[in-house]
Ligand binder design. Structure first.
Ligand code: HEC
Length: 92
């Protein structure tokens, strides 16, 4: 009987710890939230090309470019917004 109690508590523990991992799996990680647009640019966009010069694109252009490049980069909405907000701040 004692053996069954031990086994079932181990099983319960494994199930509960998996539940915690699964239920927090979709949340945007704290790490990304703490990163700035310029950091995220470096990590995601810079691997394919250099940053455009300041004022090369208007704020409206950036909205379109952001969506286009988000697909290429496979980033989240939050990451796209941070990067595009940073790039817009360089627009004329
Ligand atoms: C997988 C490679 C790749 C990644 C990652 C990537 N790009 Fe690009 N990017 C390209 C290519 C290729 C082009 C030129 C052709 C095109 O527009 O598809 C381009 C063009 C651009 C242009 C010029 C647009 C124009 O109309 O001339 C800008 C600005 C840009 N990318 C910004 C970004 C930003 C911001 C990110 C990150 C969110 C990013 N890119 C990530 C490959 C990439």
């Amino acid at each position: 009987m004692k053996k069954y109690i031990i086994i079932s508590s181990v099983v319960l523990f494994v199930l509960l710890s998996n539940l915690i991992v699964v239920s927090s799996g979709c949340a945007v990680s704290q790490k990304v939230q703490n990163k700035t647009g310029i950091q995220l640019w470096g990590e995601n966009c810079g691997r394919c090309h250099n940053a455009p010069g300041p004022g090369e694109f208007s704020a409206v252009n950036w909205e379109i470019i952001g969506r286009h490049m988000r697909i290429r980069t496979n980033i989240t909405d939050t990451e796209e917004k941070k990067i595009i907000d940073y790039l817009k701040s360089t627009a004329n």
